[in-house]
Structures are given as structure tokens and as C-alpha cells.
Write a new protein. Structure first.
Length: 153
């Protein structure tokens, strides 16, 4: 699990990771590309959230699979919310941080999600923090003897 891999980085920052996911969630596509997308978003949340805070990952199914990653940091200026998914774009406050990245992680995530027919967006949370929501088409399992149209109904 990706959260387990990121846990070492989180522990070093005294952050906690919590995962709340519905059972039976499946998406189709390239597992490594999707892993890269999720890992980049989760590592960013750990890296840019304050030391000692929590990063909350949720996953659920609606008409799609939605995965959200929320930190409890200062958020991002509204003018930058769409721009953070552009290659090499970094929010001014993040540019001064020691150990900051190159500004590619969220761009990689956005591209990987788009390739899989999904979408990604960032929003500030009223109580504080940034939430990244990734939506992907749910994998439709064919039930033996039932047409895909009847299954969708």
C-alpha cells in the first residue's frame, strides 16, 4: 500500500497518515502510472503540511471512484489552485522551503489521472488545509450472462 511506503517520511515529520476506503474499489489502467499519481499527491501532502499534523486519505465510490488526500497546512492561494498541476509551477511559499521538489509531482499526477479518463482538482478546506480530489472511472465487472447495458441499469 502506498500509504505504508510514505509512512517513513510521515514519521520523520511527526505526521500521521490515516486511510478510510470503501471496500471493493477498483479502477482499470496502468498500475504503475496510477501508483505514481497517488504517491506524488500523498507525498506532497506530507511534505507541505505542518510537522505534527495529519494527512487523511479517503476513497469511495459514487458514479466514479474518488480518492481525496487532505493535509492540514496553510492551503494554497486561490489564484494558484489550478496552476499547481502545471509542470514546474510552485506556489511562492513553497519555493522557499528547504528540500522542496522541482514542481513536477502534481503535474505527473494530473497527467496520469487524465490518461485514465479521470480528473484532478485542488481545493482549500474551510477548517484549514488543502484537499486534492482525484476521480477515476470505476472498473465495471461483467456479470456472467448479463449484458453490460443491463448491468449499468
Amino acid at each position: 500500500m502506498i500509504a505504508h511506503d510514505v509512512a517513513i517520511e510521515a514519521e520523520a515529520r511527526n505526521c500521521t497518515l490515516s486511510v478510510h476506503a470503501d471496500a471493493g474499489l477498483e479502477v482499470g489502467g496502468d498500475p504503475e502510472l496510477l501508483r505514481s499519481a497517488f504517491e506524488n499527491v500523498i507525498r506532497n501532502a506530507v511534505r507541505y503540511g505542518p510537522s505534527g499534523s495529519a494527512v487523511v486519505i479517503t476513497a469511495g465510490r459514487r458514479d466514479w471512484i474518488e480518492i481525496t488526500v487532505r493535509d492540514h497546512g496553510p492551503g494554497v492561494p486561490e489564484k494558484d489552485l489550478k496552476l499547481i498541476f502545471e509542470p514546474f509551477y510552485r506556489v511562492d511559499a513553497a519555493r522557499d522551503r528547504a528540500g522542496g521538489g522541482e514542481g513536477l509531482g502534481l503535474a505527473i499526477a494530473a497527467r496520469a489521472i487524465a490518461v485514465h479518463g479521470g480528473s484532478i482538482e485542488a481545493r482549500n478546506v474551510a477548517e484549514g488545509g488543502l484537499e486534492i480530489a482525484m476521480r477515476l472511472p470505476a472498473l465495471q465487472r461483467r456479470v456472467a450472462g448479463v449484458s453490460p447495458a443491463a448491468q449499468a441499469a
